[in-house]
Design a binder for this molecule. Structure first.
Ligand SMILES: Nc1nc2c(ncn2[C@@H]2O[C@H](COP(=O)(O)OP(=O)(O)O)[C@@H](O)[C@H]2O)c(=O)[nH]1
Ligand SMILES: [Mg+2]
Length: 429
């Protein structure tokens, strides 16, 4: 039997429930259509089946060097196989099964709650531009609907903003399918500074929910309703100050969505402020993390490096879209979120041109090493904190070596994600 991986994958994309006679893990190397006899023989010296191949894909570089099999082809096979194997972790499949090759996220809420400002903040591509200039000029009210595209680590994302004026709101409620089909996440924005508007917003949420509910069967055709998130914007005093207010808002929202527990609402409600840009980035990072499971792959690459060099913490940040942390790895003594938030704050001030920072890790002040890496034509920042046992003098001399290795370790991971989302996958050989 010859397995056409692409065909199997395509079938799975069309029908995620499809059951295969054989676990994709066990498909023998010898039965992969993309490989010729010689390639199969060479590969079989290292791996037997797709499971082996995917488990060892980090070593592909070596394998491809030794065997002269095209590295890109091997990565392609692995990327495909991994999606098959990950059938249960099916966010990729869901994404593809919607028939669209981009991730659609819809922002909604009343007028002047800050939707346009938030989207502009995310869209910023110039990492050097300080947010005050680019964001704080007040946008015009959005008429009807607006959409922008951005690419997050080559994964195309489209953000829709639905204008908040009453007349527009009516149209989503009458025909939600037109606006919300193929949507991965709906982000509902409140203006935390305007009490009257909060009441009106909650009313809108109520209508909105019942409209979606009525259309649920149709929206749910592909088995995935959009996930709801709530932003309470204009919390300019910062997340700590706003915590009691957020808890109160969570309570109010859970009254409208009684099927969702308060605990769950607390996980999807976030205070943001365009004056504290990091809160928006952090929030958006979490949303993406939930709807696209890319972090696992990045973390794999980061862990490899950490093991070699005994890092206590490391993190990869995408410089081109909102400075999102793509992944991080840490030892249990440290609080990664706390470190990352401090780093993002420092970035906000444009300080990432330096080569080290100090941060408070929750227990002690630590030095963070910063490297800018160019990987697959995109700019990233790679940060790491050396472990106590690391031989610091030796490591400092090795900074270039670490960077070189980081690029090597992270390139396949980043390419892997790109390939999985590549609509032209099957055209390439
Ligand atoms: N203080 C404060 N003002 C904000 C914030 N976000 C947006 N604004 C202001 O609120 C107004 C409405 O913003 P806009 O983005 O157009 O809201 P939209 O109608 O929901 O798209 C503008 O004057 C923004 O400058 C924020 O976090 N804090
Ligand atoms: Mg707007």
């Amino acid at each position: 039997m010859i397995w056409d991986l692409q065909e199997v994958r395509n079938q799975l994309l069309r029908n995620p429930q499809l059951s295969l006679d054989l676990s994709p893990k066990e498909i023998p190397i010898s039965e992969i259509k993309l490989l010729n006899r010689e390639e199969i023989e060479l590969l079989e010296e290292h791996v037997q089946n797709l499971g082996d191949l995917v488990d060892n894909w980090f070593n592909l570089l070596t394998i491809s060097k030794q065997t002269k099999i095209d590295r890109f082809l091997l990565e392609k096979i692995c990327s495909c196989a991994s999606i098959l194997i990950d059938k249960t972790d099916d966010a990729y499949l869901q994404l593809k099964s919607t028939g669209s090759t981009y991730v659609k996220i819809v922002f909604t809420g009343l007028y002047a709650t800050g939707k346009t400002s938030i989207i502009r903040h995310l869209k910023r591509t110039d990492p050097l531009k300080i947010y005050h200039e680019s964001v704080l000029t007040a946008p015009r009210p959005t008429i009807g609907m607006d959409s922008i595209r951005l690419s997050f680590n080559e994964i195309p994302i489209v953000l829709w903003e639905l204008g908040g004026q009453e007349a527009f709101r009516k149209s989503y409620i009458t025909d939600p399918r037109k606006y919300f089909s193929h949507t991965k996440a709906i982000i509902f924005v409140f203006d935390g500074k305007d009490e009257e508007k909060i009441e009106e917003s909650l009313e809108f949420l109520k209508e909105f929910k019942s409209a979606l509910k009525k259309q649920e069967a149709k929206l749910n055709k592909f088995g995935n309703l959009p996930k709801f998130y709530f932003i309470v914007n204009k919390m300019d005093e910062g997340p700590d100050e706003s915590a009691p207010f957020i808890a109160e808002m969570a309570n109010r929202i859970s009254e409208i969505l009684p099927e969702t527990s308060l605990v769950n609402i607390m996980q999807v409600i976030y205070p943001t402020s365009i004056k504290i840009g990091t809160s928006i980035t952090t929030f958006f990072g979490r949303v993406l993390e939930e709807i696209i499971p890319f972090r696992r792959y990045i973390n794999e690459g980061l862990s490899t490096l950490s093991l070699i060099y005994n890092f206590d913490f490391s993190c990869l940040i995408d410089l081109e879209v909102g400075r999102l942390p793509l992944g991080w790895q840490h030892n249990n003594k440290l609080e990664p979120k706390k470190i990352i938030n401090q780093l993002l704050d420092l970035f906000e001030e444009g300080l990432f041109e330096y080569s080290t920072f100090t941060v408070d890790t929750g227990k002690q002040i630590k030095e963070v090493n910063i490297s800018r890496l160019k990987i697959l034509k995109r700019e990233y920042v790679y940060l790491y904190i050396l472990g106590d046992e690391a031989n610091i003098d030796q490591l400092l001399m090795k900074k270039e070596k670490i960077e070189e290795l980081a690029i090597r370790a992270l390139t396949p991971q980043l390419r892997f994600i790109q390939l999985a989302f590549d609509p032209n996958f099957h055209k390439q050989r």
